[in-house]
Design a protein. Structure first.
Length: 662
């Protein structure tokens, strides 16, 4: 009855508790804790049932044992009293009963004669010591009274009643219960320790598989060489190793394909030189860095007239010959970084990363002689002219090209195949004016933000992201070029304050307009290096966690490739805070895929030149297709920038990139 009652109560508790416990166990617990708890619960359930059955069995045994002992005592006592029962006043009768009773095993011994007269009555009402009352209440033992007839000759002269004292049975039962409980707990503790060790060893392989999966998701395709001994986990490990190798092989194949196609896309088909789009990207990046450089503009003056006189093959041959002469310029100066571009037609450009005016004069003179020699071969005495200008941070790309064209015109006035190097005499005056403008605007937050480059999702048609773009006006109210402004701000250590101000304005814009999409914010290299800025950004993130997660910190691929370690460190910090990062103007010449895997950006914005004309270029289409496949494998969202033509828009949609700006 006790077991049935207890089981019923336990079942009612399980009906209420089990569903919630199982839900909590499945959703919130690790596999290690789940197995540990489940096995422990099963152990406790089995132990509880066995413990209850064991106590019941022992209790029944003790009751039967007490019953037999009482009957044996009554029979023995009856036989012992038979010779003396004839004389009920004989003192030996009471002495014998008292001797038996004094052993302490009996609760009551009564002796009556044939007339029901009580001759001896001994009682022991002493309580049970050392056994809790609750134990006695829950495991109450029935008290049995044995009787035996005492004969005197052939007649019954009396009866003896013996009732066993249950104290000793309770003590024995309680001691047995404690022993069983301690033994079970000790066994349970040892089993748990062994189970923990076993689970740790067994599940360590799952932990390694989990770490490997995270590494694979980050683009690091590693394998587990030491296979676990558990067959099921071993099979999972082998399968995961195979998957990792296959993904690595796929990534490597796509990477090689991208490198080949990327190199082809960025170079001129005829001359093998970099295209104008690469030139514009390099100039923009150069204007944002403190590097000194010179720009050479080479223009073939005779080309328009020559086109009318000879076939295209001769024209192509001439352009290739000019390209070879320009390549020789690089070969003569292996210690200097020089990059050659074909802008269009007969116009070429060379970026020379040096501050030495004397070296520029030597290069210009040698190039002038090469062009003169080439002109003689084609009977063109006035083949080309060279205009050279220093790259100043106050320039924009258009201003720099305009200055180079002016130097080219000066070279034409000097003579055939001559060059002209424009001086930098107005540079100091321009820098002074720019410094004054930058200091005033940054200190007084006298600038505004426009939001451009809206990226529309192909899947939903909704706005996914837009870029915050700083706008600065001079004293006359004219909009100034932001490139020189940023460059001067870096030089005079105002860029950190500027970037803080821009981030503050963007957050105000997000809050006041209840913006739901992401907003890209550009940060300068000097800013992300600054320790105080990082502390400021961390505090901002803690105070505005929901809003700051809408910010996407944006960096150009060119800048990241030049300072990989700095950007890698900053990106890791941003990801720890739950922030996101985008690399824009991406093409494989400025950033390799291996570097991209290491940086693990959230978004990649392809360079404008890649998306432009993609509907008519198989190479561009396959390049973007490969980039999209890599983006899926590495969990990187791919965007395309400034897509104008509808055909290009449809091609990018077909490939499956996430969105484009138009």
């Amino acid at each position: 009855a006790y077991l049935l009652s207890t089981s019923h109560k336990f079942a009612n508790i399980l009906v209420v508790v089990c569903p919630n416990f199982i839900l909590w166990l499945v959703v919130y617990m690790s596999l290690f804790k789940q197995l540990l708890i489940i096995i422990s619960v099963f152990f406790l359930m089995i132990f509880s049932v066995n413990f209850a059955l064991s106590l019941r069995s022992i209790k029944s045994y003790l009751e039967v044992e007490a019953q037999g002992h009482a009957q044996d005592t009554a029979t023995s006592l009856g036989l012992s009293l038979s010779p003396y029962i004839a004389n009920t006043n004989d003192p030996i009768i009471k002495a014998m009963v008292s001797a038996i009773f004094d052993r302490g095993y009996y609760k009551e011994i009564r002796l009556i004669d044939a007339n029901k007269k009580e001759l001896v009555s001994l009682n022991n009402d002493k309580g049970i010591e050392g056994v809790p009352s609750w134990f006695i209440n829950y495991l109450s033992m029935s008290t049995f009274t044995a009787e035996s007839e005492i004969s005197s000759g052939w007649t019954i002269s009396g009866l003896v009643y013996v009732t066993i004292n249950p104290s000793f049975a309770y003590i024995k039962l309680y001691e047995q219960a404690k022993f069983s409980l301690y033994y079970a707990l000790t066994t349970f503790a040892v089993s748990i320790v062994l189970l923990v060790l076993l689970l740790r060893i067994t599940l360590a392989s799952l932990k390694r598989i989990n770490q490997l999966a995270l590494r694979v998701s980050e683009g690091h395709f590693e394998t587990i060489e030491s296979l676990p001994w558990t067959s099921e986990i071993k099979n999972v490990t082998v399968s995961f190793n195979m998957m990792s190798r296959k993904i690595e092989s796929t990534i490597t194949s796509l990477n090689n394909k991208l490198n080949i196609m990327g190199a082809v896309l960025l170079r001129d088909d005829l001359c093998g030189l970099y295209k104008k789009g690469v030139f514009e990207t390099d100039i923009k990046s150069l204007l944002q860095t403190p590097k000194s450089a010179y720009l050479m503009l080479i223009k073939l003056d005779s080309l328009p007239d020559l086109v009318k006189e000879v076939v295209n093959a001769i024209i192509d041959q001439l352009l290739q010959a000019v390209a070879e002469k320009l390549k020789k310029t690089v070969e003569r100066h292996p210690d200097t970084s020089i990059k050659i571009y074909r802008l269009y037609g007969g116009e070429f450009a060379i970026l020379i990363y040096t501050a030495s005016l004397e070296q520029i004069k030597l290069i210009s003179a040698a190039l002038s002689g090469d062009l003169e020699e080439l002109g003689e071969q084609y009977s063109l005495p006035d083949l080309a002219h060279v205009g050279v200008v220093p790259v100043n941070p106050v320039h924009t790309t258009d201003m720099l090209l305009e200055s180079a064209y002016e130097a080219y015109e000066q070279a034409r006035l000097i003579g055939a195949n001559r060059y002209y190097i424009r001086s930098n005499e107005n540079f100091a005056r321009d820098i002074s004016a720019w410094k004054e403008l930058v200091i005033n605007c940054v200190d007084n937050a006298d600038y505004s933000l426009s939001y451009t480059g809206q990226i529309i999702s192909f899947q939903t048609g909704q706005l996914m992201m837009e870029e915050a773009f700083s706008q600065v006006y001079d004293k006359s109210g004219q909009l100034v070029a932001i490139g020189p402004f940023i460059s001067i701000a870096e030089k005079i250590n105002k860029i950190v304050d500027l970037d803080k101000g821009v981030i503050g304005k963007v957050i105000d814009h997000i809050i006041s307009n209840q913006i739901q999409h992401a907003v890209a914010v550009n940060l300068a290299l000097s800013t992300i290096k600054n320790a105080s800025f990082r502390l400021w950004l961390e505090k901002l993130n803690k105070n505005n966690p929901a809003v700051t997660k809408q910010l996407v910190f944006c960096f150009s691929a060119y800048a990241v490739a030049k300072h990989e370690e700095t950007y890698l460190d900053f990106i890791q910090i941003i990801h720890q805070w739950g922030g996101r990062v985008m690399i824009k103007r991406f093409e494989t010449q400025s950033m390799s895929l291996e570097m991209t895997k290491e940086l693990n950006p959230d978004f990649i914005m392809l360079a404008r030149e890649i998306g432009e004309g993609i509907s008519h270029s198989r190479q561009k289409y396959e390049f973007v297709q490969a980039m999209q496949q890599i983006g899926v494998l590495l969990d990187i969202t791919i965007f395309a920038e400034n897509v104008q033509a509808d055909d290009d828009y449809k091609s990018l949609m077909t490939i499956g990139v996430a969105g484009v700006s138009r």
